[in-house]
Design a binder for this molecule. Structure first.
Ligand code: B12
Length: 503
């Protein structure tokens, strides 16, 4: 649906001829929006089209100008300090406002004190907190504790890619073991957030909804206490017998140290993962298989072509890469990094956790040990599509261009991934590796979960000076559409999880 193609004004004038502005909103626009949300839940309408409907409803509501009293309730929303992620909260604001709520958006990286103060001042029906990473999600329980300390009786909705229901239940338990009285509600997506908020503002359902959340938090506390019983101690830094081969040929890099360059986006997009873009970022996964193919040819492919053209002409996507070859050796669970193969002074030590059981893998095992006397080589890289995509997404949200906001955000995310793959392939070529040999691991993923390690990597690459890439206090890469990674050349490298890496 193209919002511009709908003659909203004429339809609204007709409706206003027989109804009050509040009635037009309450009896026509909101039910229409709700029916689109319901159709989305049934897999009949994809997310970009829900957002296009939200655009129409917002414009129509602004035209009709209903009184504030016509809103269903109020929610304060924010992302937490150090979190530079836009799209999760942007979707929340869009869907909740289009569905009739008044949304006080405190923006990105809101200090906890500001969120608490807004709750005190505005007395909202709920607070919605969003975070992308484990590190930023840790501020959620902090915020909940401060709300409790100020005696705020407002339920808190939390959501984001790195958290889950168990995290939500744990966040609902205060340090002294009391549940947070008004309830903490983990929401898988914004639609679950909408359903939760609907229940919380409904006097007939509110008490039961809060009691359920409190009950789950208390049950979680009980199970956490039981599982805290001492278990077998695990010895770190011991690899299992076997492990990766230690005699693979060490490739020779063309130079030592970091280099930076700007890639041509058209080359980068050859590595674009269209399937992930269309299905995941643009919401095509909800369409039935036969409809999906039609959606791809009729909507997504033309949209992609037009967006790529716009990105090239308007420069809201860039392709900055900094990548370096460093000499290295494994020392237990650490990788000692040197400037080149002749250097004896350590530049840094990267620490990697070892799997506590099973194969007991650790990324350091894929490199020659110090004792071998032979230096190995490691590739470190960081890429970013630059700051403009985030700024553009913000502008699109503010101007109510919600469907485009989702398309741009998805393309920026997919381009950052493609850029990482593109740079990785250049390293494979430089090192004369087989196609597909070796793997790329980003910090925060299950084999190397510790985001703090990136504080050692970015300075080695001079990432700030060369491509403007920094780390926030919570280890978010800024600009948001960026990744940092270590590349292993070892042919046996495989993805694995170190238990306990999750939120
Ligand atoms: C796309 C993606 C990227 C993209 C884009 C990221 C971005 N800024 O948008 C790129 C490639 C750049 C990227 C980079 C990184 N990523 Co990433 N990424 C993802 C992925 C696949 C999707 C995230 C996303 O954009 N989703 C789409 C939006 C719409 O979803 P969302 O924000 O989560 O919001 C939805 C819900 O969560 C919910 N919601 C969100 N907030 C709220 C709040 C409320 C109140 C409610 C009701 C609902 C709600 O509603 C929304 C949908 O309706 C996730 C995994 C996953 N499947 O979720 C990993 C993931 C977030 N990434 C991860 C990691 C580790 C990284 C990096 C740190 C890797 C690295 N070292 O380079 C970087 C960090 C980037 C940064 N700026 O710091 C990890 C984070 C785990 C952790 N340890 O913290 C994840 C979870 C993958 C994983 N399984 O481990 N990533």
């Amino acid at each position: 649906m193209d919002p511009d193609a709908v003659d909203i004004q004429r339809l609204l004038d007709q409706a206003l001829a027989t109804r009050s502005p509040d009635a037009v909103v309450g009896e026509i626009l909101l039910p229409a929006m709700r029916s689109v949300v319901a159709a989305h839940a049934d897999g009949e309408v994809i997310l970009p089209h829900v957002l296009a409907s939200a655009e129409i409803v917002q414009r129509a509501t602004a035209y009709v100008r209903p009184s504030a009293s016509a809103r269903l309730g109020t929610i304060v929303v924010a992302t937490l300090p150090g979190d530079v992620h836009h799209v999760g909260k942007a979707l929340l604001v869009t869907i909740l406002s289009a569905c009739g709520y008044s949304v006080a958006d405190l923006g990105s990286q809101a200090p906890v004190e500001e969120i608490v103060q807004a709750a005190v001042d505005l007395r909202p029906d709920a607070i919605g907190l969003s975070a992308l990473l484990v590190s930023t999600s840790r501020q959620m329980p902090v915020c909940i504790q401060q709300l409790d300390a100020r005696g705020v009786q407002v339920p808190v909705l939390i959501g984001g890619a790195a958290i889950n229901r168990a995290f939500g239940r744990r966040s609902g338990v205060l340090p002294d073991g009391r549940p947070y009285e008004p309830g903490v509600f983990y929401c898988r997506d914004v639609f679950e957030g909408l359903a939760t908020l609907d229940a919380l503002v409904d006097p007939a359902r509110r008490a039961a909804q809060i009691a359920k959340a409190r009950g789950e938090a208390v049950a979680e506390l009980g199970s956490a206490r039981r599982s805290a019983a001492p278990g077998p101690r695990l010895t770190a830094s011991e690899s299992a017998p076997g492990g990766p081969r230690g005699d693979v040929t060490v490739p020779r890099p063309p130079y030592w140290g970091a280099r930076h360059f700007v890639a041509d986006l058209r080359d980068v997009w050859r590595d674009l993962d269209r399937n992930t873009l269309f299905r995941y970022h643009w919401g095509g996964y909800r369409a039935a298989p036969d409809q999906f193919q039609r959606l791809v040819s009729d909507v997504f492919e033309p949209q992609l072509a037009s967006l790529c053209h716009a990105a090239l002409v308007e420069h809201w996507l860039q392709a900055f890469v900094v990548s370096g070859y460093f000499a290295c050796n494994a020392d237990g669970d650490s990788l000692v990094v040197y400037a080149d193969d002749a250097s004896r002074s350590e530049l840094t030590r990267l620490n990697f956790p070892r799997q506590p059981d099973g194969e007991r893998l650790c990324l350091a095992d894929y490199f020659r040990p110090l004792a071998s006397g032979e230096r190995d080589v490691v590739v470190l890289q960081a890429v970013t599509t630059g700051p403009r995509a985030g700024e553009y997404i913000d502008r699109l949200q503010r101007s109510g261009d919600y469907a485009r906001m989702l398309y741009v955000s998805g393309l920026a995310a997919a381009t950052a991934e493609a850029l990482a793959e593109y740079a990785h392939n250049l390293a494979r070529r430089d090192l004369a590796l087989e196609a597909g040999q070796g793997l790329r691991f980003s910090w925060g993923y299950p084999a190397c979960p510790d985001l703090e390690e990136q504080r050692k990597v970015l300075p080695l690459l001079q990432a700030e000076a060369h491509i403007g890439l920094t780390l926030s206090q919570s280890c978010n890469l800024d600009p948001e559409h960026s990744t940092a990674a270590i590349i292993l050349h070892h042919a046996e490298a495989k993805y694995f999880a170190v238990r306990g890496a999750a939120a």
